[in-house]
Ligand binder design. Structure first.
Ligand code: HXC
Length: 258
């Protein structure tokens, strides 16, 4: 199924997986307000259908996303920025509960790197390049870069990247823990879709709870995080997924969480 082939964002659905492709090639997929609104609206619509188990967000072979739209931003005043609460709608993208995989080839710069980090996991092609180059524009990351990158790869590397604006290649990003796995560019999408399909076949509730528990590990002290995890674990014994998963193991068959 293909929707809106000429839009800023293309969506193709295969089974329970939605492939979301940034499609603003002439501006290297820069995140204009229009693109942002379209992306968020489409993903919210898909989430509301309740039959999508995982998203894959991607760009093209040359560029994942070159960041916030500098041309749209450059003449705004401080007052406009504050009154519009510029970038705040991205919180709605983060809040999408269905797992989101970023499949990154080529440039993921500024808001592009931040978009990838707002996804739940990042797979990269060998050509992927990550950077927070906002310092070269006289600003700082504005869609979570100082916070998510630091939590993801630690203070030393986050400082290095954000203060110098330098590029970080896929392998370094993998070693640093930003990227879960690196693939050859030509197999990246296939691998990301394969993982997405695998996730979409698990129990919907257990996937959501696992994701929420991992997200809480970034927010909570360890003792509270461990308690959150244990209580969520307990609560899964009230649902059908635990019954089916454990019965399938004992009966030596594949679980069916459909
Ligand atoms: C608007 C952009 C853009 C962007 C590229 N373009 N990036 N337009 N916003 N972020 C446009 C160019 O102006 C150009 O348009 C066309 O896309 C092709 O780009 P080129 O620069 O000609 O391509 P190339 O020489 O191959 O260089 C690729 C590139 C470079 C290295 C990715 O475009 C680049 O450095 N882009 C900016 C990356 C960046 O600084 N991102 C952070 C943005 S700030 P024309 O019309 O000339 O053909 C951000 C966070 C915001 O994301 C937080 C602050 C508040």
């Amino acid at each position: 199924q293909t929707l809106d082939a000429n839009a800023n964002v293309r969506v193709e659905i295969t089974g329970k997986v939605a492939l979301v492709t940034l499609n603003r090639d002439l501006a290297l997929n820069a995140l204009s307000s229009a693109l942002m609104q379209e992306l968020i609206a489409k993903m919210q619509q898909l989430e509301a259908r309740r039959d999508i188990g995982c998203f894959v967000i991607t760009g093209n072979r040359r560029v994942f996303c070159a960041g916030a739209d500098i041309k749209e931003m450059h003449s705004k005043s401080c007052q406009q920025m504050i009154s519009e609460d510029y970038f705040s709608p991205w919180e709605q993208f983060s809040a999408i509960k269905t797992p989101k995989i970023a499949a990154v080839c080529g440039y993921a710069l500024g808001g592009g790197c931040e978009l990838a980090m707002m996804c739940d996991l990042i797979y990269a092609g060998e050509s992927a390049v990550f950077a927070q180059p906002e310092i070269n524009l006289g600003v700082i990351p504005g869609i979570g870069g100082t916070q998510r990158l630091t939590r993801s790869i630690g203070k030393a590397k986050a400082m290095d990247l954000i203060l110098t604006g330098r590029h970080m290649a896929a392998r370094e990003a993998e070693q640093a823990g930003l990227v879960a796995r690196v693939f050859a560019d030509e197999s990246l999408l296939e691998e990301a879709l394969f993982a997405a399909q695998s996730i979409s076949e698990k129990g919907r509730l257990s996937v959501r709870f696992a994701k929420e528990a991992i997200v809480q590990s970034m927010e909570l002290p360890l003792s509270q995080g461990l308690l959150f995890e244990r209580r969520v674990f307990h609560s899964l014994f009230a649902g059908e997924e635990q019954l089916e998963g454990m019965a399938a193991f004992i009966e030596k068959r594949r679980p069916d969480f459909a």
